[in-house]
Design a protein around this ligand. Sequence first.
Ligand code: NAD
Length: 468
Amino acid sequence: MYHVLQQVDGAWRAGGSGRRLTVLNPADDTPVTEVAVSSEEDVATAVRTARAAAPEWSRTAPAARAAALHAAADAVAAAAGELAEIMTAEMGKPVDGAQESIMAGVGTLRQYAELGPTHRGRSLAGDTEAIDLMAYEPRGVIAVITPWNDPVAVSCGLLGAALVTGNTVIYKPSERTPATGWRLAQLLTEHFPTGVLTLLNGDGPVGAALAAAPVDVVAQVGSTATGRAIAAACARTGAKALLENGGSDPVIVDAGVDPAWAASQVALGAFVNSGQICVAVERVYVHEAVAPAFLDALAAEADTWTPQIGPMVDRRMRDTVDEQVQQAVKAGARVVRGGTAPSGPGAYYPPTVLADCTDDMAVVREETFGPVAPVVTVGSFEEALTLAADNPYGLAASVLTTSMSHAQQAWRQLPAGTVKVNAVFGGAPGGAAHPRRGSGQGFGYGPELLDEMTVMKAVHIEAPPQGW
Ligand code: NAD
């Protein structure tokens, strides 16, 4: 059992609210972690500590900040096995996958350690006697509030970019993966001066208290509802809100594609990490010409995924997903595979394929954070594009097609941050995108995240009247 501590003033101790949270292992319901939740006074102390540490850290040379981040990345890499075990115990991802995503986080820390010192302003061509330049400066104190579904990799991106650009950070990991966040923070904080990285523990109310505190940026990855609450809090304090939120990513399966290949792509997109990925495939628009063969192949894929799928994060999330599935069935969806929560221990949910879905069903329209592939049959590629575009979210979208003109139409017309053709995942290193609509605002990753974490200052220097 992990007993998770906070670090708000340089020392590790229990959170002061008097409230406790217990995390159960989603594979067997045994208790894994106990958290002493941080109090409002702890939040205030963390802000004071981070504010006090900010001036010196902002003046530390970028190369020295990068060296600290590299050392921190080494420490996380050395502890990847241990971190993976904690992550699996808290959120259910099979341990090999957990280790892989932790190493992705290490890669992100290293990437920001390399990019940080190269993040530079520009010199301008003003009067020949003057010096004109634009320089980046850190924003100050950044609150980093993160989810449970990829708890290390997501945190490493925001923490690495914020720290290397000279900000101090208050980190509040998810209440569903508190020991993962606590162990990660322990590994990282050792490499930074006191107060540069502090840790708060707890659930929504702690996040809300932090978002309402006098910080300069609230960077949050999580649900759209939380993102909207944070945006409202930031409107009151004047802090910048950087939000990476939920999605309901469509995939279009065009006429003429190999149905078996298309089904393997859709299954990967819908079932990996038990469907608990922000860019998971959430709705499938399949052309009627290929629909029967595609559905048969998707059913076979679901059968292959069933024995290897990990549990969902907890029963609360499973109940939400199951409710969306049952509502869809009541409204006319046909269960091709899965669709029923097993009665044993844990939070397992089978890979689920629903046919005859319509676009007004919540399982299609909203985010379904579980292993569910709802399939809508369409009469044309244009109909698929229209339905795919008509959605409250705009995170990512995929199109499986053999037609170059359909590929062109898709990437130009789909209102999503990322569009992928003939792949449900993938993309070149160094890419970044703006999420749209309910999926958030700002660059949450990539080199442009360094811009979000900094402010630009224009400088104009003239010679004194008597010359230099
Ligand atoms: P969540 O919104 O419930 O929680 C995220 C974090 O916000 C947690 O630390 C939580 O304690 C905190 N929080 C909750 N209420 C708050 C409030 N009122 N004010 C401030 N903080 C608050 O989300 P979750 O269930 O942990 O994560 C799953 C969601 O995250 C999904 O919607 C998924 O799509 C999204 N996600 C998005 C991305 C992306 O890059 N766009 C990546 C991963 C996950």
